[in-house]
Design a protein around this ligand. Structure first.
Ligand code: AMP
Length: 282
């Protein structure tokens, strides 16, 4: 499962992504979280990134991709990955395509008029990262995480002023990415209004539609210790001879991948994901 999850700021990507990665044992690569970790660590990349994040702009690609590579090096998954909030502009799409194919792009849609309220009421646990909302998903005790008792805080970029800029950035830079994925046939929109469980069920329905064999895993109880196996291991994209595949025969991907074209001359920045093609001529 090679998934991308996109959507405007505070559409609920992080919450939904957490549930999906837990259910399917996927590697969760959330560039916003990775950047915040770098900021919290006080690294030089983190300090540079914060200036952009605080204004609602995108962090320059070199910084995002550098940090993403670091995360990829230190974490592995045999079942697949979910990119959460990446790619967010067209250059990032190109970088990603040089490295891997993507099976499905999920886009959570929420009415723009609701996003500011969602963002400014959001609170995050400082220790475990769990996300709450003071009105829509409040913790049992105000300011305290239900899961680990950690203190809840408001992100610096969840102020009204910055959220409006983030929405503008999304319109200008990320919407074209979404439109691009529409043309590939891999994009699925999911309505992001409703409860967390409603939205999760809609996402699961999309995944089951794509991979019917996931039905039990998707609707069974959430795995507690070991994640349930996903349909196929994360592996490097290999060039495929242009060969028609018999329909419906155990192929977990959506159809229509344009593998050969996508791989040429791109993506050197992702070489550390452990998936760089062995064949240097690609
Ligand atoms: P998020 O947690 O996804 O809302 O991201 C918070 C902020 O991190 C964004 O407003 C951007 O400044 C930055 N950011 C996250 N992901 C990316 C990305 N893929 N490219 C550039 N900047 C990003």
């Amino acid at each position: 499962m090679r998934l991308i999850l996109l959507g405007p700021p505070s559409a609920g990507k992080g919450t939904q992504a957490e549930m999906l990665v837990k259910r399917f044992g996927l590697l969760h690569l959330a560039t916003g979280d990775i950047l915040r970790e770098a900021v919290a660590a006080g690294s030089s990349l983190g300090k540079k990134a914060k200036k952009f994040m605080d204004t609602g702009a995108l962090v320059p690609d070199a910084i995002v991709i550098g940090l993403l590579e670091g995360k990829m090096k230190s974490t592995q998954s045999q079942t697949g990955f979910l990119l959460d909030g990446f790619p967010r502009n067209q250059d990032q799409v190109k970088q990603l395509e040089g490295f891997t194919d993507i099976d499905l792009v999920l886009c959570i849609e929420v009415d723009f008029s609701k996003l500011v309220e969602r963002a400014i009421g959001r609170r995050v646990c400082r220790t475990c990262g769990s996300v709450y909302h003071i009105k829509f998903n409040p913790p049992k005790q105000p300011g305290i995480c239900d899961k680990d008792g950690g203190p809840l805080y408001q992100r610096d970029d969840d102020t009204e002023e910055v959220v409006k800029k983030r929405l503008k950035t999304y319109e200008d830079q990320t919407k074209p990415v979404i439109h691009y994925y529409e043309t590939t046939g891999k994009l699925r929109y999911v309505e992001g209004d409703g409860t967390i469980e409603d939205v999760q069920n809609k996402l699961l329905a999309v995944l089951v539609e794509q991979w019917p064999q996931l039905k039990e895993t998707a609707y069974g109880p959430m795995p507690v210790a070991k994640p349930a196996p996903a349909p196929h291991a994360l592996k490097p994209v290999q060039p495929q001879p242009s060969q028609a595949r018999p329909q419906g025969q155990g192929q977990p991907h959506g159809g229509g991948h344009r593998r050969g074209r996508r791989r040429r001359g791109r993506g050197k920045n992702f070489s550390r994901f452990g998936q760089k093609p062995q064949n240097k001529s690609q």
